[in-house]
Design a protein around this ligand. Structure first.
Ligand code: SAH
Ligand code: SF4
Length: 382
C-alpha cells in the first residue's frame, strides 16, 4: 500500500523512516522537502540517498486533494473546492490581509452537530477527513500561493490557520492532532501556537484534551447567552451545557497561547441579537449569570449571519449588530464585527459548493487589502 506522507507529523514520519531502516534525520529532511519546499517528487529530493528515493517511490507518495474549482474574489479572497470522494467535497478559503494571510481549513465532510444557522449542519455528516486530507489543504494553498505570488524563498503565504471550515474539528480529534503538530513544527510550517486556531461548538472533554496535547488558540462558537436558546441553536449544548463549557474555557486558559478565548456569535435577526441578550452575555462571561459562575477572559467576534433558504433565519440588521456590540464594548469586552468578504464568488458555485460556501463564507468576513493571483493554469497542481 502506498502511504500519503502528508498524513504524518514529524514523529510519524520518523517512525515511517525507521520502518525503512532510516535514521531520524532523514525524516527531518523529508519533512522539509515536503512542507517547506512543496516537493512531491522524491527524485527531486537531491540530498536523499538514491536508495532511499527508490524505496520511497515504491511505498509512499505526497498527494494533494483533487481540485474541483478555484475562485478568486475581487477582494482577493480565494476559495478552493476539493473532491474527497463519494460525491463529497470540502472547501478551503484563503483570506489575504495587508500584513498576513489566513487559511480557513475544513476538518470533516459535513458535520454531525447540526447547528440551526449552519448549512454544513443542515447537510448532515458524511465522514471525517484524515490527517493527510487536512494537511493537504494547507500544503496546496501555501505552495500554490507562493508560486503565484512569486514570494522569495523562505517567505510564507499562509501565516494563520483557522479550523473554521466545514466540520467540528474536536469530533475528529485523532486526525486533527497530527495535523496541528505539522502546522506548528519548525521543520514543516513553523506557525506559532497563537496563529493556529481551533474553533469548536463546545465538545468539552476534547477541549480538555486539546489543552493537554496541543494547546493552540481556541475559538468557541457560543451564539446564545443561555442554555434554553443555545440548546436550540447549537445542539451540542444539550450534552455540554454552558456551565461545563465555561469551566472548560477557563481551564483551557492555563495552557492557551493567548490569555483570552474568542467567542463567536452569529447574529440572527430577532433570535439572539437583542440588547437584553447582550447584557445576559456580559453576565455569562463574567460568571454572574444563572448558568455559570466562572469568569472567562474573552473577546467577542460577532458574525453577521449568512442566510441560506433551509434555515428560515435572517441576518440581523446592521443597527442591531451595532447596538449589541455597544453593550459589550461598554462592559469592557473587546468586540469585533466581521465584514463580508468574497461575496461575489458565492453565487457562481454549484449546489454542493453553494452549501459549502454558505457556511465557510462566515470565515471570510474580514477587512483585508486585495492581492492579485493569476488564473488557474491548465496543468494539475502538485
Ligand atoms: N464546527 C466549528 C468550526 C466550523 S464553523 C464551530 O462550529 O465552531 C466556524 C464558524 O462559522 C462558527 O463559529 C459558526 O458560527 C460560523 N457559521 C456557521 N454557519 C454560519 C452562517 N450561516 N452564517 C455565519 N456564520 C456561520
Ligand atoms: Fe458543525 Fe460548526 Fe456548522 Fe455547528 S457551526 S453544524 S459545529 S460546522
Amino acid at each position: 500500500m502506498v502511504v500519503n506522507l502528508l498524513g504524518f507529523d514529524l514523529d510519524g514520519l520518523t517512525a515511517f523512516c525507521q520502518g525503512l531502516g532510516e535514521k531520524r534525520f532523514r525524516a527531518v529532511q523529508l519533512c522539509r522537502w515536503i512542507h517547506q519546499k512543496g516537493e512531491s517528487d522524491f527524485e527531486q529530493m537531491s540530498d536523499l540517498a538514491k536508495s532511499l528515493r527508490t524505496k520511497l517511490a515504491g511505498q509512499a507518495c505526497v498527494r494533494a486533494l483533487p481540485l474541483v474549482t478555484e475562485q478568486v474574489s475581487s477582494d482577493g479572497t480565494i476559495k478552493w473546492l476539493f473532491d474527497v470522494g463519494d460525491g463529497n467535497a470540502v472547501e478551503t478559503v484563503f483570506i489575504p490581509e495587508a500584513d498576513r494571510g489566513t487559511l480557513c481549513v475544513s476538518s470533516q465532510a459535513g458535520c454531525a452537530v447540526g447547528c440551526r444557522f449552519c448549512s454544513t449542519g443542515h447537510q448532515g455528516f458524511s465522514r471525517n477527513l484524515g490527517t493527510a486530507e487536512i494537511v493537504a489543504q494547507l500544503w496546496f494553498a501555501e505552495h500554490r500561493l507562493r508560486r503565484h505570488l512569486k514570494l522569495p524563498l523562505g517567505e510564507r503565504a499562509v501565516d494563520n490557520v483557522v479550523m473554521m471550515g466545514m466540520g467540528e474539528p474536536l469530533q475528529n480529534y485523532a486526525a486533527l492532532i497530527p495535523a496541528l503538530r505539522t502546522m506548528l513544527d519548525d521543520h514543516a510550517y513553523g506557525l506559532s501556537r497563537r496563529r493556529v486556531t481551533v474553533s469548536t461548538s463546545g465538545v468539552v472533554p476534547m477541549i480538555d484534551r486539546l489543552r493537554e496535547d496541543c494547546p493552540v488558540a481556541l475559538a468557541v462558537s457560543l451564539h446564545a447567552p443561555n442554555n434554553v436558546l443555545r440548546d436550540e441553536l447549537v445542539p451540542m449544548n444539550r450534552k455540554y451545557p454552558l456551565a461545563d463549557l465555561m469551566a472548560a474555557c477557563a481551564r483551557y486558559l492555563d495552557a492557551a497561547p493567548r490569555d483570552f478565548i474568542t467567542f463567536e456569535y452569529c447574529m440572527l435577526d430577532g433570535v439572539n441579537d437583542s440588547p437584553e441578550q447582550a447584557s445576559e452575555l456580559v453576565r455569562l462571561v463574567r460568571g454572574q449569570g444563572p448558568e455559570s459562575s466562572v469568569v472567562v477572559p474573552c473577546k467577542l467576534n460577532l458574525i453577521p449571519f449568512n442566510p441560506f433558504p433551509a434555515s428560515g433565519l435572517q441576518r440581523s440588521p446592521e443597527h442591531r449588530v451595532q447596538a449589541f456590540a455597544r453593550v459589550l464594548l461598554d462592559a469592557g469586552i473587546v468586540t469585533t464585527v466581521r465584514k463580508t468578504r468574497g461575496g461575489d464568488i458565492d453565487a457562481a458555485c454549484g449546489q454542493l459548493a453553494g452549501e459549502v460556501l454558505d457556511r465557510t463564507d462566515a470565515a471570510t468576513r474580514m477587512t483585508r487589502a486585495p492581492i492579485r493571483i493569476q488564473p488557474l493554469p491548465a496543468e494539475t497542481p502538485r
